[in-house]
Design a protein around this ligand. Sequence first.
Ligand code: ZN
Ligand code: ZN
Ligand code: ZN
Length: 292
Amino acid sequence: MQNSNINQAEAYSQEAFHCGACSRYFPGRVVTWVDVSRTPQVKRQILRWEFNVVQCPNCGFRNFSDTPFFYEDFEEGFLIAVFPRIPDDRGAVEASIREKYGYYPLLEYFYDMAQIWTLLYLQEHYKANKNLRSLSRLGNGEGRILKFMRFLKEDPMMIDIREKLTESFFGDAPEDDLMDLLARAIYTLEEMFPWPLDRRCICGGDLTKEFKCCGKSAVLDDHDRLLSQHYIIYCPDCGESLAGASCSSCGRVYTWKLGTVASHEKKKKSGKKPQGKASETRPGPKTGPAGS
Ligand SMILES: [Zn+2]
Ligand SMILES: [Zn+2]
Ligand SMILES: [Zn+2]
């Protein structure tokens, strides 16, 4: 990972590669540093699995470069050292990077291309989905990135994501499986709950009026019987998909993408629970009232 000039949006290195198909060696140029806030097209390349791919001039085979690179997002304030393959002297490598770039607000190490792919997917998904952002409990900016990073580095779900990613890009697994898995990753990140058909939050709050988009509450009554993991309701105004609601009292988020339950209210021996508004009056952390 030597970088001639880190003030540029990109740095490259010229290396000799070994073709996995015809076994010849050939020279190729790969990116060793990229600031995606200035070269956003790199995000697309990574998401299409086309980043740092070198083509053999002899047989035409496209080889994945194992060259490590720095992925910088200057606007978001993070730097990731990405190692497509774990280096032998991992500890020493990490230490020297920390010494050099420890001044970054957030410095991380990825040892797998699936991690950087999933990070980009999550960032794009939150950017594109306004209703997810309004339901989200992850906060914005750095808070959200930190939660993404922890998920990418620690959650066991990443093992499945890596597998499905490989299968759908390089095998013939249907992309739907991957998308379902990524949707579940988001529900995990958000600590969402299955949708209660009685529309009562665990705290007792009423979710009926929290089902909304474009400042308007949407009517759920026609949909009640249909709610399931694959059911989507579209906002008549903006066309965005709606799949849940967050409680304005406690901020818990519910989605029928995780299925439905009759109720989240704790079963009591007496059997009956008052259905009225909960006495709890804590203000919700995220969502305000509709149509303000
Ligand atoms: Zn070749
Ligand atoms: Zn809308
Ligand atoms: Zn609640």
